[in-house]
Ligand binder design. Structure first.
Ligand code: ATP
Ligand code: MG
Length: 599
C-alpha cells in the first residue's frame, strides 16, 4: 500500500511536457496569464524607482514649485503603476482559474478514458483504489503545478531579472552581488530540500500506511467483528500511527531547519547591502532614495524567494503524483485492434479453437495445443476440475487475452483480426463472478442493451426471475444495488447477469457457472428461461453441477488444459469408467450439497 517515492522514479520533464501540452490547447489564456504576471512584476520593479524619486525630492528640503510638480508627477506614476499591478494580479488570477478548470476537465476525461481502455489483465493486477487515486492526483496536481508556475516561479524569475537590470545600471557590483546571493539562496534551499528528502519520503510512506491499514481493516470489518479482534486491530493501527508520528514530526522539523538557514542568509544580504549603500553614500554616488529603493527591492525579493523551497517541494509532489499516472498513460495496451481490423460478421456462430496455445503472463501454460470446434447453434458444456482452464476458454473467446499460438475463429474469421468491439457484441457473457454498477437495478439490467425500453428490461428481468426479489424493494427497479452489487445476494446478482444476457440477445451465449449460486428451485426455473434463450444460438456453458448441462448437445470434459473426453451425456455415461462418470456418480444424479466442488 505504501508507495515510497524516489527521485529516480520521477520523470519531471515528461510531466512538464504532458501538462504544458494539455495547457497549450488554451494558448490565449496561457499567454495572457504569463503577460499579466510580467506586468505585475514590471510594477514591482518600477514602483520602488518612483518611491526613490519621491524620497530624493523630499530630502532636498526645498519645496519649490518645480520640486512639488516633480513629486506629484512621480506620485502619479506610482499610483498608475500600483493600479496596473492590481489589474495584472486580478487578470492573472482570473485567467488561471479559467485555464486550470478547463485543463483539469480535459485531464479527467483523457486519463479516465485511457485508464478504462486498458486490458482485463491490467485491472486484475492493479488495486482499484490505487488506480482511481492516481487519476485524481494527476488531474488535481495540475492546479498546484500551474499555481506554482504563475504565482511563484515566473514572478520570482521576472522580478530577479528586473532588479538585476536596474541595479546593474546603477552599479555592476550591486547587480552581480545580488545575483550571486539569489543563486546561493536558491541553491542552498534546493540542497536542503534534497537532503531532507528521505524524511519526506518516509512521511509519505507512513501516510499511505495509515490509510492502507485503516482501509484494510474497514474492508475486513466483518472478519474483525466475528473474530472479536477489535483490540488486536487497534494495537496494529496504533503501531502504524506511532510510526506516522515519528516520521511526520521529523519531516516537519526539517522545514524549521530550512527556515533557520534562510533567516541567516536574509540577515547577511540586508547587512551587506546596508554597508555597500553607506559606502556608496560616502562616495557621493548613493542617495537616501537609493537606500529606500534597495530596502523595497529586498522586501519584495524576500517575498518572492522565501517560499521557493516549499514551492520546490510542492512541485516535487506534483511530479511524483503525475508520474504515477503517466506510467499508466504511457503503458502500451496489451489488447489492441489490428491495424486493418474489420467488424466481425457473425452468420451462423461457428467457433473454432485452432491449435491454441496460451499462458497467463506470470503463470504456467494453461493450453499447450487446444483444438475445439463448435458447430453453428451447437450447445456445448465444459466441465472439469477447478483450475482446468474452463473460464480461460471464455476469456480467450472474448479476447480479454491474446492467444500466444494458434487462432480462435468465429465463422472463419480470426477474432484477433476483427475489432474487439464487434467480437464482444457478438457474445452474451454471464461471468463466473458478476459485479454490478452502483446504479439502479433498471440501469444495471439495461446494461445488456443500452437502447432497451423499460418494458423490455422488465420482461428480461421477469424471464431471469429477478422480479421475485426486485418487488421486495420499495423502490423496485429504482433500487441502488450498492458498490459492486453488495446489497444483492450472490444468486440475485447472477439473475441480474442472466437478465442482461437475455436483453443482449447475441448470437453466441457464454455461461460460466451462470446458475451456481442459485438454490435448486430457482435454478430449475431459470433453466427454462435459459433453454429459451439458447434457442438458435451457439452456446458454451460451464458448470460444476452436471444436472444443469446433461441435456446439452455435447459435453467436453477438461483436465489440465486438455480435452479429456467429449460426447453427449448418455455417450459419456455408457463408456467404461471415465472422469465424467465418476463426477456423475459422486453427484448422485445431480443431488449434491450446494457449493461443494465435485472433485
Ligand atoms: N489472471 C490470471 N493470471 C495467472 N494465472 C491465472 C489467471 N487466471 C487463471 N489463472 C490460472 O489458470 C488456470 C486455469 O484457470 P481457470 O480460471 O480457467 O480455471 P477454471 O477451470 O475455470 O476453474 P474453476 O472451475 O475453479 O472456475 C488456473 O491454474 C489458474 O490459477
Ligand atoms: Mg472458472
Amino acid at each position: 500500500m505504501a508507495e515510497p517515492r524516489n527521485y529516480n522514479d520521477i520523470r519531471a520533464w515528461s510531466v512538464v511536457r504532458a501538462y504544458l501540452s494539455a495547457a497549450s490547447k488554451y494558448p490565449w489564456f496561457f499567454t495572457a496569464a504569463v503577460i499579466a504576471t510580467l506586468i505585475v512584476e514590471g510594477e514591482n520593479v518600477l514602483e520602488p524607482l518612483y518611491l526613490k524619486q519621491v524620497v530624493d525630492l523630499l530630502s532636498k528640503g526645498t519645496p519649490t514649485e518645480a520640486v512639488l510638480i516633480a513629486i506629484y508627477t512621480a506620485l502619479g506614476i506610482y499610483a498608475l503603476l500600483y493600479f496596473s499591478g492590481w489589474a495584472g494580479r486580478r487578470i492573472a488570477s482570473y485567467l488561471t482559474v479559467e485555464l486550470e478548470a478547463e485543463v483539469i476537465r480535459d485531464l479527467f476525461n483523457t486519463s479516465a478514458a485511457t485508464l478504462l481502455a486498458h486490458s482485463h489483465e491490467f485491472f486484475i493486477s492493479n488495486f482499484t483504489g490505487t488506480l482511481t487515486r492516481r487519476v485524481t492526483r494527476y488531474t488535481r496536481a495540475f492546479e498546484s503545478f500551474f499555481d506554482n508556475i504563475i504565482f511563484n516561479f515566473l514572478p520570482a524569475i521576472f522580478f530577479v531579472i528586473g532588479i538585476l537590470i536596474v541595479l546593474s545600471l546603477k552599479s555592476i557590483l550591486l547587480g552581480l552581488g545580488l545575483l550571486a546571493w539569489t543563486l546561493l539562496f536558491i541553491g542552498i534551499q534546493y540542497a536542503m530540500v534534497r537532503y531532507y528528502q528521505p524524511l519526506r519520503i518516509e512521511r509519505s510512506a507512513a501516510d499511505s500506511a495509515t490509510t492502507g491499514t485503516l482501509s484494510d481493516a474497514v474492508l475486513n470489518h466483518a472478519t474483525i467483528t466475528t473474530f472479536a479482534s477489535l483490540d488486536r486491530e487497534r494495537s496494529i493501527f496504533g503501531k502504524v500511527v506511532d510510526h506516522w508520528y515519528t516520521a511526520t514530526r521529523n519531516s516537519w522539523l526539517s522545514n524549521n531547519y530550512i527556515a533557520g538557514v534562510q533567516g541567516v542568509l536574509v540577515m547577511a544580504i540586508e547587512f551587506i547591502f546596508f554597508v555597500l549603500i553607506i559606502y556608496f553614500w560616502q562616495q557621493g554616488t548613493a542617495t537616501v532614495g537609493d537606500f529606500v529603493l534597495i530596502q523595497a527591492y529586498l522586501t519584495i525579493l524576500m517575498d518572492r524567494i522565501w517560499g521557493i523551497g516549499r514551492n520546490m517541494r510542492e512541485l516535487y509532489d506534483v511530479f511524483a503524483d503525475a508520474t504515477e499516472m503517466l506510467d499508466i498513460i504511457e503503458l502500451p495496451n496489451d489488447i489492441v485492434d489490428a491495424p486493418d481490423a474489420r467488424p466481425l460478421a457473425v452468420r451462423e456462430g461457428q467457433i473454432v479453437f485452432d491449435h491454441v496455445r496460451f499462458e497467463y503472463r506470470d503463470g504456467q501454460t494453461v493450453f499447450e495445443d487446444c483444438d475445439i470446434t463448435i458447430a453453428p447453434h451447437e450447445k456445448v458444456a465444459f466441465v472439469g476440475p477447478s483450475g482446468a482452464g474452463k473460464s480461460t476458454i471464455t476469456k480467450l473467446l472474448l479476447r480479454l487475452y491474446n492467444v500466444s499460438g494458434g487462432a480462435i475463429t468465429i465463422d472463419g474469421q480470426d477474432i484477433a483480426l476483427a475489432t474487439q468491439e464487434s467480437v464482444r457484441e457478438a457474445i452474451a457473457f454471464v461471468p463466473q463472478e458478476q459485479s454490478l454498477f452502483h446504479r439502479t437495478l433498471m440501469e444495471n439490467i439495461r446494461y445488456g442493451r443500452a437502447d432497451a425500453t423499460d418494458d423490455e428490461v422488465i420482461e428480461a428481468a421477469k424471464q431471469a426471475h429477478c422480479l421475485e426479489f426486485i418487488e421486495r424493494y420499495s423502490d423496485g427497479f429504482d433500487t441502488m444495488v450498492g458498490e459492486r452489487g453488495v446489497k444483492l445476494s450472490g444468486g440475485e446478482r447472477q439473475r441480474v447477469a442472466i437478465a442482461r444476457a437475455i436483453l443482449k440477445n447475441a448470437p453466441i451465449l457464454v455461461l460460466d457457472e451462470a446458475t451456481s449460486s442459485l438454490d435448486s428451485e430457482s435454478e430449475s426455473l431459470i433453466q427454462d428461461a435459459l433453454a429459451k434463450l439458447m434457442q438458435g444460438k451457439t452456446v458454451i456453458a460451464i458448470a460444476h453441477r452436471l444436472s444443469t448441462i446433461m441435456h446439452m448437445d455435447r459435453i467436453i470434459v477438461m483436465e489440465n488444459g486438455r480435452i479429456a473426453l467429449s460426447g453427449t451425456h448418455t455417450e459419456l455415461l455408457s463408456q467404461e469408467s471415465n472422469l465424467y462418470k465418476k463426477l456423475w456418480e459422486i453427484q448422485a444424479g445431480g443431488f449434491i450439497a450446494e457449493d461443494e466442488d465435485p472433485i
